[in-house]
Design a protein around this ligand. Structure first.
Ligand SMILES: CC(=O)SCCNC(=O)CCNC(=O)[C@H](O)C(C)(C)COP(=O)(O)OP(=O)(O)OC[C@H]1O[C@@H](n2cnc3c(N)ncnc32)[C@H](O)[C@@H]1OP(=O)(O)O
Ligand SMILES: O=C([O-])CC(=O)C(=O)O
Length: 379
């Protein structure tokens, strides 16, 4: 009989080492490769952050240029995949479509099972480049429009917005998307990254591991919470309903989506950055209803949940920003995936170098032993 204690939800369990991400959940600090998230959000780009996550250092100017050029060259989707996307069931959720599209990409890669460091790196670049193109194509097809070819003259964020909408974004819109992508790119061993590593640790191919990660991100306890927050806003309706709504939830010990976190016991630093952008959107574009509802929830819930360490997380304010950029709520989690692909790939590359052991936890057995097998007609 094992004497090990059970870490429910694997809370506090260290299973490997990583230099990609540091989170101080008590102080609300987050670093990618040693760089504070606020500074990256202000000064960096998604391309540079992706380089940081794949190489664990910031690039020099020529390295960033070459890396960005490689991503541009990998943006176009295979025609077979575009055909598949056109045939996806129209009412399916875009996260289910993305999950299937990633799996299809694997089938279309003749070197799907190449696990050499160079093979994994090239596939990582391809996936980072193509996630944005896939999500943009899904949006177009769901709107009854044709997918667009990528624009090589645009940054990753600007091209994503262009391919999704058909209109070149303003510099302000492109920057807003870039910041959102930077903020969502990485977050240690969250559920979807852990899922990717658990799958990859069997030495399956990277497409399978990333397909599993997309499946995990979809859940409303994880990435799917950003969509759930917008559904909560819709359910509330007019701003004046927000206060009685949140008071009722708190009185009945319900959960408020976009709040609470396994690691942060204070305000999620990413939510701090997104809150500022959500406020700007509300002030500049007259889209204040959603922001006001969230502010009311944050303040009222804070009185009860704050002392218990439950605060807004990254999913609380992101939807206000995505709506302003022209996305309907079912695309919020796919946008998260467009960013997080860099973190997933970075962790797979790192795990290959650092550890590369099969993940195989255990459970304490609570059932009986040595039961007599009774033939079915005698049970
Ligand atoms: C990108 C991301 O993945 S960020 C997280 C996105 N998810 C959400 O926003 C969904 C809402 N939040 C939650 O469900 C949780 O806070 C989680 C799943 C994120 C983390 O949960 P855990 O660390 O496992 O905490 P757990 O679910 O055990 O909850 C602990 C206590 O806090 C309460 N709690 C946790 N989150 C919330 C919330 N959002 N609203 C109200 N109460 C909450 C629980 O009811 C529970 O109370 P109890 O001890 O009285 O039963
Ligand atoms: O770290 C977590 O558990 C969830 C999260 O915030 C993320 O994946 O960005």
């Amino acid at each position: 009989m094992s004497t090990a204690t059970i870490a429910r939800g694997l809370e506090g369990v260290l299973f490997t080492e990583s230099a990609l991400c540091f989170i101080d959940g008590q102080a609300g600090r987050l670093y990618y490769g040693g760089y504070a998230i606020q500074e990256l959000a202000e000064k960096s780009t998604f391309e540079e952050v992706s380089f940081l996550l794949l190489h664990n250092r910031l690039p020099k100017a020529d390295e960033l240029k070459a890396f960005s050029d490689e991503l541009v060259a990998l943006r176009a989707l295979p025609e077979e995949l575009i055909q598949q996307i056109r045939q996806f069931p129209k009412g399916a959720h875009p996260m289910s479509m993305l999950r299937t599209a990633v799996s299809e990409l694997g089938m279309l890669d003749p070197r799907e099972d190449d696990l050499t460091p160079e093979g994994l790196y090239q596939k990582s670049l391809s996936l980072i480049a193509k996630f944005a193109s896939i999500v943009a194509a899904l949006k177009r097809v769901r709107e009854g429009k044709e997918p667009l070819a990528p624009r090589p003259d645009l940054s990753h964020a600007a091209n994503f917005l262009y391919m999704a909408s058909g209109t070149e974004p303003t510099p302000e819109q492109a920057r807003l998307m870039d910041v959102a992508l930077i903020l969502h790119a990485e977050h240690g061993f969250n559920a979807s990254t852990f899922t990717a590593i658990a799958a990859y640790s069997t030495q399956t191919d990277i497409y399978s591991a990333i397909t599993a990660a997309v499946a995990s991100l979809k859940g409303p306890r994880h990435g799917g919470a950003n969509e759930a927050v917008m559904k909560m806003i819709e359910e509330i309706g007019p701003v004046e309903n927000a206060l009685p709504w949140v008071q009722n939830i708190l009185a009945n010990k319900g959960r408020i989506m976009g709040m609470g976190h396994r690691v942060y016991k204070v305000f999620d630093p990413r939510a701090g950055v997104l809150e500022k952008y959500a406020r700007l959107v509300a002030e500049k574009h007259g889209k204040s209803k959603e922001y006001q509802i969230l502010k009311t929830i944050e303040e009222e819930a804070g009185k009860v949940l704050g002392p218990r360490g439950i605060y807004p997380n990254v999913d609380f304010y992101s939807g206000v920003v995505y709506s302003d950029l022209g996305f309907s709520l079912e695309f919020f989690t796919p946008i998260f995936a467009v960013a997080r692909i860099s973190g997933w790939a970075g962790h797979i590359l790192e795990y290959t170098r650092v550890d590369n052991r099969l993940l195989r936890p255990d459970a304490q057995y609570t059932g009986p032993l040595d039961l007599p097998y009774v033939p079915i007609d005698q049970r």
